[in-house]
Ligand binder design. Structure first.
Ligand SMILES: [Zn+2]
Length: 311
């Protein structure tokens, strides 16, 4: 009997030591759902081992063409936080949140306190126009803020603050991970500046209207995009105006994007004598702690190689 008590006590002590040393059990960790690749990447880097982080969009779906499934509703039903890009790109979220029935869900909009614009021209001029064109971007703002590394850093800071608020015991870990990640975003920004500044003829023509923030940040000449968003064809008048600009500026490279067949873009390239390269909008794919940094790095290489040829 005595032996039994001793061994039970020993077993209990061993268990207690093991519990104190290991991270919180999965069931006690913060459950976070993010919308798509950039916010998933930032959140994974900041959360480290301290939270369960799931991406809502499947790796082959972009935020412009998202369709709700019962599995998406289920993902949200037991989440504590839902972290989104915001700026109107996840406009399908309202219905999803309602269907999940999760009354305790906290939605973190990472575009909070970030200045939104409709076009690169507006960023450069620094004041607001009252353009009256039809738009799929909520209130008219262009939502592609994540493609500017400096804005991404603000989004990451918003994620750090949200995680600290939701999970105070791990606040210092989130701050530490956030500082390390922020340093990587600064390095990315610095690479963009030093690589792009000396290049001539930085005329940027892309497939969809995803790069005005990036263009404004690094002083690229944002000539225009073929489509406002994927699967929306331009009108013949818009197309003719863009082709005129491509010809008059002697634009040497048009940027298609991964995930979308650029039939129209190829046609414009062959009509104007431009070459075709690729830029990644980071809208499609699975976020990992380094996916944002890696794919933005690949974009910089694409830009360097296109603009470096002195078109
Ligand atoms: Zn887009």
């Amino acid at each position: 009997m005595k032996k039994n008590i001793t061994s039970s006590l020993l077993a209990f002590a061993t268990l207690a030591v093991a519990m104190a040393q290991s991270p919180a059990p999965e069931a006690e960790k913060l459950n976070i759902v993010t919308s798509f690749l950039p916010v998933q990447s930032h959140t994974l880097a900041i959360a480290g081992d301290h939270a369960n982080v799931k991406q809502l969009l499947a790796k082959d779906t972009g935020p412009h063409d998202f369709q709700l499934t019962p599995a998406d509703v289920k993902k949200l039903s037991d989440a504590d936080l839902l972290i989104i890009n915001g700026a109107g790109i996840e406009e399908w979220l309202g219905e999803l949140i309602k269907k999940s029935g999760n009354k305790n869900l906290v939605v973190v909009d990472t575009s909070n306190r970030i200045k939104l614009v409709e076009s690169a021209e507006e960023i450069e001029i620094g004041h607001s126009h009252s353009h009256a064109h039809d738009h799929d971007h909520g209130d008219g703002a262009n939502p592609h803020i994540w493609l500017d590394p400096v804005i991404a850093k603000k989004q990451a800071a918003n994620i750090v603050a949200a995680l600290q608020k939701a999970d105070p015991p791990n606040a210092s870990a989130y701050a530490q991970n956030g500082r390390a990640y922020e340093a990587k975003l600064w390095a990315l920004d610095s690479d963009y500046r030093s690589t792009l500044a000396p290049l001539p003829n930085k005329n940027l023509v892309t497939f969809h209207d995803a790069f005005p923030y990036l263009a404004a940040r690094y002083q690229l000449n944002y000539v225009g995009a073929i489509s406002e968003f994927p699967e929306k064809d331009p009108t013949p008048k818009q197309l003719a105006a863009l082709i005129d600009k491509i010809r008059s500026l002697k634009v040497g490279v048009l940027f298609a994007e991964n995930g979308y067949a650029p039939g129209l873009l190829k046609k414009i390239a062959s009509e104007t004598g431009a070459k075709v390269s690729e830029l990644d909008t980071l809208e499609v794919g699975q976020g990992t702690p380094t996916a944002y940094l890696d794919r933005m790095g690949a974009n910089l290489e694409s830009l360097r190689s296109a603009f470096g040829k002195g078109d």
